[in-house]
Design a protein around this ligand. Structure first.
Ligand SMILES: [Ca+2]
Ligand SMILES: [Ca+2]
Ligand SMILES: [Ca+2]
Ligand SMILES: [Zn+2]
Length: 525
């Protein structure tokens, strides 16, 4: 992420950078086998004996074949049947079997129950969603159902009733997708119940204010698993540096307190950053996840102590964040998250070699998409800008890490190409492409965008007219994913973006002309 650090950190960064380039992608979307075990044993609710996929499948099958006996033991009526949903064997050998119920073949909503059986086969009790006896006078509805409705028995409260369940899809107030389930009485037409099937928690982030999080309801409370985006999980490393630590969980689905004083806060920013980056790739670039295969990465927060960096590692296909110098200022701002995950995007596409001019292009690609993700987030607490790392105050004086309108403002980055630019640190040689992107999107000269003042010069004094950010990142993405290779240099980047602009907008387009003008402006001719 940053070159502004001491030698030890710079060395760490180099090692990480090497991983970015040479790492072999495993494609693993979820944590390794160690995770479930460590998480489970630390919480005391171990799943010993039923802890592999195969064992679980076997346990489920066995339990399913035992359901008639279980139903009889529970004194269920002849019309009722049990369907096994989960089996967990704990450290004491007690087996907890979770069931759904049907009545005359109809799903019973609110009819679920869990039985507890000791190792010696003795029953240790049962927990039921309802104590009501499941029975309805008839399974023939009086009313006609909507075509999409499902006939069910509603046992959520009161006396069980024959009902229809319909699902209305839409969008919630804050833009979250909605799948609203509505239950109506099949005899009277009265609405009995409704529930939203898309679960979102509320996160109090450090840098992006209060945000909506996609979470998953687990056995005891909620976990930071994003079921809407490939199942992306966020873990707390607990200051460790290896493995995955513990999946972040919470009792009431409200996470963090907006400060680094609460361990959940960094996880909120990381989870939000991953979701926003996923949505940006999907909605704006038509890309299904970082690797383009629909698989989620995972995030780890609280890496090490006093670690002032964040990194993408392609070998674990995961994202890791340090807590900052004071261990309370995690490097989890949205542009940092988008920057780092875009290293995964580059690895999966052009795989630009992380040295020389191609290394600068690799870094610039991450700044370009990190910034684009930040604008896409449309977050009032961290509005979009052409500054990198303005929220994390890594320099300690409130200044950002990098500037895209005039990269030299950081004291080290190149504004324009020259023959020696490839000898700079990749975080400085990136300046040429960052500047190109700014000029292409916004144009040259002084302007104020979202309350931030910019003044972008050109190497030859020419005037560049911008084509807008969206077209600019579409062109960069197409160039990266289709035309650039591991060895692309600045001249090659000009060629690749011109081909991309031609593909997207045509050989006579103003967009193609603007690409040429912007490269001229940074002396790539
Ligand atoms: Ca909470
Ligand atoms: Ca910002
Ligand atoms: Ca920014
Ligand atoms: Zn980087």
């Amino acid at each position: 992420m940053t070159p502004h650090m001491n030698t030890r950190r710079a060395a760490a960064l180099t090692a990480v950078a090497a991983m970015v380039v040479v790492g072999v992608q495993t494609g693993t979307a979820t944590a390794g086998t160690g995770t479930g075990d460590s998480t489970a044993s630390s919480s005391g609710a171990t799943t010993l004996g039923v802890n592999t996929a195969t064992q679980r499948t076997t346990a489920l099958r066995t339990a399913q074949s035992d359901t008639p006996a279980a139903a009889e033991a529970l004194g269920l009526g002849g019309q009722e049947k049990l369907i096994v949903r989960d089996v967990i064997k704990d450290a004491h050998g007690t087996v907890h079997t979770r069931y759904e119920r049907t009545y005359a073949g109809l799903p019973v909503l609110g009819g679920d129950l869990v039985t507890h059986t000791a190792a010696d086969g003795r029953s240790k009790g049962v927990d039921k969603a309802t104590d009501a006896r499941i029975s309805v006078p008839s399974t023939q509805p009086k009313l006609k159902a909507a075509a999409s409705a499902r006939k069910v028995v509603w046992a959520g409260d009161g006396k069980p009733a024959l009902a229809f369940e319909t699902v209305r899809e839409g969008v919630q107030k804050d833009g979250t997708p909605s799948r609203l389930h509505i239950i109506t009485d099949a005899t009277t037409g009265k609405k009995l119940h409704s529930f939203e099937a898309i679960e979102t928690g509320t996160g109090n982030s450090q840098y992006s204010g209060q945000v909506t999080l996609s979470t998953t309801k687990g056995g005891s409370g909620f976990e930071l698993t994003d079921g809407d985006r490939g199942g992306h999980k966020t873990y707390d490393l607990g200051q460790g540096q290896t493995g995955t630590g513990d999946l972040v969980t919470d009792a009431d689905d409200t996470w963090g307190d907006g400060t680094g004083g609460d361990r959940q806060t960094a996880a909120v920013d990381a989870h939000y950053g991953a979701a926003t980056t996923w949505d940006f790739y999907k909605n704006e670039l038509g890309r299904d996840g970082i690797a383009g295969n629909g698989k989620a990465a995972y995030s780890r927060v609280h890496f090490g102590t006093g670690y002032v960096n964040a990194f993408w590692d392609d070998s674990c296909f995961c994202m890791t964040y340090g807590d900052g110098a004071d261990d309370k200022s995690a490097l989890t701002a949205i542009d940092v998250a988008g920057h780092e995950m875009s290293h995964g995007l580059t690895a999966a596409t052009a795989n630009l070699d992380y040295s020389g001019e191609s290394g600068g292009l690799n870094e610039a690609t991450s700044d370009i998409f990190g910034t684009s993700v930040e604008f896409f987030a449309d977050n009032t607490t961290d509005p979009g800008d052409y500054l990198i790392g303005e929220k994390i105050d890594i320099n300690g004086d409130g200044t950002p890490l990098r500037y895209m309108d005039k990269p030299s403002k950081d004291g080290g980055s190149a504004d324009y190409w020259d023959a020696g630019v490839g000898d700079l640190d990749v975080h400085y040689s990136s300046g040429v492409a960052n500047h190109f992107f700014y000029l292409l999107a916004e144009g040259s000269g002084a302007k104020t965008i979202g309350g931030v003042d910019y003044d972008s010069p050109t190497s030859d004094g020419s005037t560049v007219t911008g084509i807008g950010r969206q077209k600019a990142y579409q062109i960069w993405y197409k160039a990266l994913s289709v035309y650039m290779t591991s060895s692309t240099d600045y001249a090659g980047a000009r060629d690749a973006t011109e081909k991309a602009a031609t593909d997207l907008f045509g050989a006579d387009s103003a967009e193609l002309a603007a690409v040429g003008a912007a490269w001229n402006g940074v002396n790539v001719k």
